[in-house]
Each structure stands twice: as C-alpha cells, then as structure tokens.
Write a protein of this length. Structure first.
Length: 429
C-alpha cells in the first residue's frame, strides 16, 4: 500500500449522507461453503498445535513473530531480513536510511504483537473491535518508533503530515493522491462504534466467529481509521482476532506471509470489496463481493496451515537436527558433540526436559552430559531460565535455515547472512 496524505476533497456538507457496514456477514446463500472452510481452519490449526509440545510451540511462535513483521512490511513495499529485524530488536541499525527505516518498522511490529497477544490472553472478555483497543494498537506501534516516524512517509522520505498515533483521523485521506479512500472522517466515530458492536467476537460462535474475523478485516481497512499505518494495524488486528477466537494462539502459522505471497490479489480483493451499491443515497457493500473476500482470506489461512504442517513433520525436524549437529561436529573452531543431537531431539519433542535427565537421554556420565548441556546453552540451542530449570529448545538465527529451510529461505534470511553462515560452515553444500 502507498503512504497516505490528506485528500483534496473538502469536508462533507451533506449531513444526510449515510454509510453503514452492511452486510455484516455474507448472506445465507454464501454461508454454507464459508462455514465449511472456517471449520477446516479451526480443525487444521488445532491439529497443527497438537503436533508440537507447548514449550516448543512457544519458541517457534515467538520466532514466527519476526516472520509476521517481515511479510507485513513487505506488503507495504519495504524489504528487510530476519537478521536485520533481530538486530533492530537489540537496537542495532543499518547506516543505510531505507534499511534502517524497514528495520524500525519491523521491530515495532514484533514488539506490538508480543504485547497485545499477552493482553488478549490475559483479558478474555476484552472487545478487540472497540475503538479504544484499535487506537491502543496504533499508539503502541508508533511508541516503538523514533520521533521522525510520527510523520507519514513517502518515497522521498518523511512528509510534513503528522500521523497522530492512536488518534482517529480528522481529515479525508487518499492512497493514490487523487481520490478519497474510505468514509468521510466526520462519519468515523459513528462507524467505529458500529464496527465495535457489530464485530465483537463474543457476538459470534464457532465457525461464524472466523467468518466475522475475515469480514472485519475488510471493513477495518475500508474504514481507514488513522492517518497512516492502517494496513499494519489491520493485519495485527486480524491475528489478534484469530487468537481471541482460540485459533493459532501459539502463532504457528503466519497470516501475513500468506497475504504477502499473494499481495496483488490481496490488494485487488480489498479494492473490489470496497465497491458500493448505491441504495437510496447510502453506501451498501455487495454481499457476493464480501463472500469472495472471505473465501480468499480463508484460502490464505488454509494454505499457510498446510505449509507449516509439512514443515513441522516431526520426523523431518528430527533428521534436520541430526544433520545440523553432524555438520557442527566438524566445525573447525566451534565443534559440538554429534551425540548432542539426541538431547536436542528429545527437548524439541517433549517441550521441556529436566536437567537431571540429560545424562540418561545421552547415555553418558553426568559429568560429560553437563558439558554437552553447557555447550548447547552457550550456543543458545537450548534454553533454561535458571541453572536448575528444565531445558527447552532454543532457536538461534543460525539454525533456522537448517531446522526450517522452506520458511527461512535466502529471500528471508538474506543472501549476505547466508553467505557468511556458509563460509563459517564449509561442510554445507
């Protein structure tokens, strides 16, 4: 999406001009197939989470928050890499202004998502469609950015137009510099109240809750409640809506990845569903177009769940761990014991392993087992809160291309980083 600036259109004078969000959901004629798809998403996502131990799912899910930010940023036309995002989370930035800009946005996305998923988990009764909740997401995103980000951005850099984080827009806006997008700003307060009351997850049950999630994604992007940052907020919102509905709470698949991979169609489906039907001077959305958008959205969800199902085939992950440890055992400077693969596999599969079981799993003396555990902890291949806490899996960036090669490919990791990684591990071909 392009950045935004105030449209040339003057404030509306016709007080009788009406907008509404109808239809809230597709009509009965379109609901049957969508219900089937929604149920398939619920079942497949639950099955995916059931494959992975809880502690391991937490580690993978937190890593995938970087993937979410990477692809959400890519949709907006800004490319970075996972190593650059990780550096930004540690306040280390590129000297190149464009790379730094992308890093800052991605890091802000990760921090905001982490904060709000915890909030949704802790407050099951919160209405994530409420205007204040949406404003809080927007404000939190910009709070994680440097001061210059408080102005909209274009290809020439930051503009003179302030973003006003968390504040509902008080101007009409344009994404193409010509025509206005979304409703008149004077209608926003009433429409956002309708949005909150209409799409509150507690008003829906079962598969209809997912259909409401998909429909609300379009409605929120059309409302365009803020001067800038609406696309990112909408994708954060939809991920939170899924979690609020009990789907993908561990973040084991990425909605933003799927939308980015079909970006042109995503943009087209949003635009097409914007198209109004004029009825008695009011704005009404087309029922069939909304159904088409929901179907597209569900296709994206199912595609990403299936992708991660294939990636998380446990027999393949175990063999990838074996391969990585065999390679590390031959490292000229930092070799690791090849036997350590047995412990890594056990921790990955079980989620958490008491330290005292390491010797038994490795079938060696307690002293030698402690050495292996120490080496794995130093390399972040294992994690432990304290020296007595159970061992959980670690996923440092250097193992991601080996444990999950289809997800962390060169386009995501970055050719430069992979080049350095392969130079450090000459056994890799």
């Amino acid at each position: 999406m392009k950045t935004y600036k105030p449209a040339k259109k003057p404030a509306r004078k016709d007080k009788n001009h009406l907008y509404n969000l109808s239809p809230v959901l597709p009509g009965k004629g379109n609901m049957g197939p969508l219900k089937d798809m929604a149920q398939a998403i619920i079942t497949a996502s639950a099955g995916l989470e059931g494959r992975v131990a809880t502690e391991t799912a937490i580690s993978i899910g937190d890593r995938l928050r970087l993937i979410n930010s990477y692809y959400s940023n890519l949709i907006e036309g800004h490319k970075t890499s996972i190593p650059d995002i990780e550096s930004a989370l540690h306040k280390v930035f590129s000297q190149d202004p464009e790379k730094k800009y992308a890093q800052e946005l991605c890091a802000a996305h990760v921090e905001t998502e982490r904060r709000f998923i915890q909030l949704v988990d802790a407050q099951q009764e919160c209405n994530i469609c409420d205007q204040q909740f949406l404003s809080d997401i927007h404000a939190a995103f910009y709070a994680n950015l440097p001061e210059e980000h408080l102005y909209t951005h274009s290809q020439g850099g930051f503009t003179k137009y302030p973003v006003h984080p968390g504040v509902i827009r008080d101007v009409n806006v344009s994404v193409d510099g010509r025509s206005s997008h979304g409703p008149d700003y004077q209608d926003l307060p009433a429409l956002l109240k309708t949005f909150a009351n209409t799409y509150d997850p507690d008003h829906f049950h079962g598969d209809e809750r997912l259909i409401a999630m998909a429909a609300s994604h379009h409605r929120l992007t059309w409302l365009h409640p803020f001067r800038d940052g609406n696309g990112r907020v909408a994708r954060l919102f939809s991920g939170l809506y899924l979690a609020r509905a009990g789907v993908n709470k561990s973040n084991l698949w990425s909605l933003s990845r799927g939308l980015s991979r079909r970006k042109e169609q995503y943009m087209f489906e949003l635009w097409a569903t914007d198209s109004p039907n004029a009825q008695k001077g009011a704005h009404h959305f087309d029922d069939d177009l909304l159904a088409d958008f929901c179907e597209f959205f569900f296709e994206i969800c199912l595609d990403q769940i299936r992708f991660m199902e294939d990636l998380l085939r446990l027999d393949q992950v175990e063999s990838r761990i074996d391969w990585y440890m065999e390679m590390r055992s031959k490292h000229p400077e930092k070799p690791l014991k090849v036997q350590a693969a047995k412990l890594l596999r056990a921790v990955f599969m079980r989620g958490a392993v008491p330290r005292g079981m390491a010797a038994e799993i490795l079938n060696m003396s307690a002293r030698n087992a402690r050495r292996i555990v120490s080496d794995l902890l130093k390399d972040n291949l294992l994690q432990s809160l304290t020296h007595r806490s159970p061992l959980t899996i670690g996923l440092p960036i250097h193992v991601l291309p080996y444990y999950f090669p289809s997800l962390y490919d060169p386009s995501v990791i970055g050719e430069e980083y992979l080049g350095k990684l392969y130079s450090a591990h000459p056994q890799i071909t």
